[in-house]
Ligand binder design. Structure first.
Ligand code: F6R
Length: 615
């Protein structure tokens, strides 16, 4: 949450920072700010609202020919979104400026101490406390800026990704991280900093990812010095070469990133399967499973830990693992797991699922499970992310950058990975015979093509959406493998259209929610063929009798539900365990279209941010 961009070098930092902030807006967008400076002047611009507003305001200011700049796009934690709480924040002397992502948990006591020493504060943020603490230490201890930053950070409890500069000595940027990611791009005698690497992708492909408890001094003369904040030990920078294409972080002709990412799912899933699903050889190749084969074969229980959409994918994982490998599975909200003194037994495997790999609750839950001795396996999309680095082993989904705040291709690729793992473990545990497994493998290889076909024939969804764009509420029902899809469908609708939506297992209706059904209640029912189909048809009858409006996701050629429902959306016939991937697609499109009809900003829904790096 919150996006940071900074630059030091010979170019004008303004377009670099504004362009970079646009790319990081998915991390927060309630206010934005930029500080630029040259050897004798500096200029601060902050505004409530989005980066576009900041950019317009910046255009009205005189050009001071800067060589250094720090910028920020905010998702408010301490203090409401307004101009004064926007970053960068500055110290009482007006010399030091800082942008911060994260939360300083002991900011209150630090603030009281600073007030007692004569400091005053203009904002309600924890960040302003930190920049003043740095200043206090710098003056009192008479140390260089990087040392003052290090000493201050050793007093801080919480999480941070920060960039600090001294406008009276603008020769360096000080960058530090604990819990909030920071990437440093290496240019020609210049440095770029970002909360991820996307802001500087068109300037450099060389990147150093800071680890927790590391800080870097980036000098105008092109020198980089990294050290451990606690031990003071110097660290040799590990330079990675980025492989992402620029196209993958641009809208590529689509109106929104979310729509682009929905349409990208055939390719994303093909990328997930590539090199792993070897239908010709009748096997699945997952190095991280092969390497830890014994652990997986001896596991007594699998515990999934995740948040939001990734938690829904974990629920699908529960159905898949129980079906394919007959192993007990538990699915935990990371935020609950971390505070519950969870029981972790020897031979438990904890699987953490996270698109961003930075979700604070999932990361904290991972660390607790690790301390308790569990083997930790990660399923992440962002390569090199904190979660992927903290796990013992894991697998990437390879969905490519997901920029729309509402998760789409991340979900379908997470399920694809879970299917791959389930099939691989079924092969190792011999819970299915090789003929059956080969059939599943062959069918899985067809899924990207089927999604492509489904998206091509989805225009009826726009018509359906028109009927429900003014709805106040919506219910989603599914059973078995498709119960998590109902939850995910409801989450997609509420987060981007602000319509209240709930997902239930279809049979739970009669235990309460059925009281909500009347002629104004749209009910989306996933009613694909196979297990429980007849039972779901009965649920549909019950809704119809109470005049609820039924939008049914059905298997191709279904005639029974078509007679009962107000609208049907067909998905290709596939084995039941593959339906979650396909049934999700029309629900994503339906939410998207309803949100568009309501005039909502689908890529940046209110109050949300991608990559939830705070508790
Ligand atoms: C919903 C959504 C969120 C995320 C959740 C976990 O569309 O995107 O619910 O799924 O914040 O994020 P990751 O997967 O990055 O850990």
């Amino acid at each position: 949450m919150c996006g940071i961009v900074a630059y030091i070098g010979n170019k004008d930092p303004k377009p670099i920072i504004i362009g970079g902030l646009h790319r990081l807006e998915y991390r927060g967008y309630d206010s934005a700010g930029i500080l630029v400076c040259n050897n004798s002047e500096y200029q601060l611009t902050k505004i409530t609202g989005k980066v576009n507003a900041l950019s317009k305001m910046l255009e009205t200011k005189p050009n001071i020919a800067p060589h250094l700049g720090i910028g920020h796009t905010r998702w408010a934690t301490h203090g409401i979104p307004n101009d004064k709480n926007a970053h960068p924040h500055y110290s009482n002397s007006g010399k030091l400026y800082m942008v911060h992502n994260g939360i300083i948990e002991n900011y209150d006591s630090l603030k009281m101490e600073l007030i007692n020493r004569g400091y005053s504060f203009y904002s309600d943020t924890d960040s302003e406390v930190l920049v003043n603490l740095i200043e206090e230490i710098k003056v009192k201890e008479n140390v260089k800026l990087h040392k003052a930053v290090q000493l201050a950070l050793n007093q801080v409890v919480g999480a941070y990704g920060i960039v600090v500069c001294d406008t009276f000595n603008p020769k360096e940027l000080i960058v530090a991280r604990l819990g909030s990611p920071l990437a440093i791009g290496l240019g020609e005698s210049s440095f770029y900093v970002g909360s991820d690497a996307t802001p500087f992708l068109d300037h450099t492909r060389k990147v150093v990812y800071l680890e927790d408890n590391e800080m870097a001094v980036l000098s105008k003369n092109g020198k980089i010095n990294i050290k451990n904040i606690i031990s003071d030990e110097p660290i040799h920078p590990y330079i990675e070469e980025l492989q992402w294409s620029l196209n993958s972080i641009q809208k590529g002709g689509y109106r929104h990133f979310m729509l682009k990412e929905i349409h990208e799912q055939p390719k994303a899933i093909s990328d997930t399967l590539r090199g792993r699903l070897l239908v010709d050889k009748g096997t699945i190749q997952i190095n991280s499973i092969n390497e830890y084969k014994e652990k997986f074969l001896n596991a007594k229980r699998i515990v999934f830990v995740a948040c939001g959409t990734s938690w829904h994918a974990s629920l699908v994982g529960e159905y898949l693992f129980e079906y394919f490998i007959r192993i007990p599975v538990e699915v935990e909200y990371a935020s609950e797991f971390r505070y519950r003194d969870p029981i972790i037994e020897k031979d438990d495997i904890v699987i953490c699922i996270s698109q961003s790999g930075e979700t604070a609750d999932t990361l904290a839950a991972l660390k607790i499970a690790k301390e308790k001795g569990a083997f930790i396996y990660g399923i992440c999309n962002v390569v090199g992310s904190s979660i992927s680095r903290e796990t013992h082993s894991g697998i990437y989904t390879h969905a490519g950058p997901e920029i729309g705040v509402a998760s789409t291709k991340a979900f379908s690729t997470q399920i694809t990975v879970l299917i791959l793992i389930a099939l691989k473990l079924a092969e190792l545990k011999k819970t299915f015979d090789s003929r059956q497994l080969h059939d599943y493998q062959a069918e899985l290889s067809q899924i990207p093509g089927k999604i492509e076909q489904l998206i091509k024939t989805s225009s009826s969804i726009d018509e359906i959406a028109k009927n429900y764009s003014d709805s106040q509420n919506c219910i989603y029902l599914g059973r078995g493998f498709n119960f998590p899809v109902a939850l995910e469908g409801a989450l997609k609708l509420k987060e981007i259209s602000y319509i209240h939506a709930e997902g239930y297992p279809a049979a739970e209706m009669k235990h309460g929610p059925i009281a909500l059904i009347d002629k104004n209640m749209p009910v989306v029912v996933i009613a694909t063929k196979k297990t429980n189909y007849e039972k779901v048809v009965s649920n549909i009858q019950e809704i119809k009798s109470r005049e609820g409006k039924i939008i049914a996701i059905v298997s191709e050629g279904d005639e029974t539900v078509a007679k009962l429902a107000n609208h049907v959306i067909e998905i290709p016939n596939v084995s039941e365990c593959f339906t979650p991937i396909l049934a999700t697609i029309p629900l994503q499109l339906l939410s998207y279209q309803i949100a568009i009809n309501r005039g909502c900003n689908v890529d940046q829904p209110r109050n949300l941010a991608k990559s939830v790096t705070v508790e």
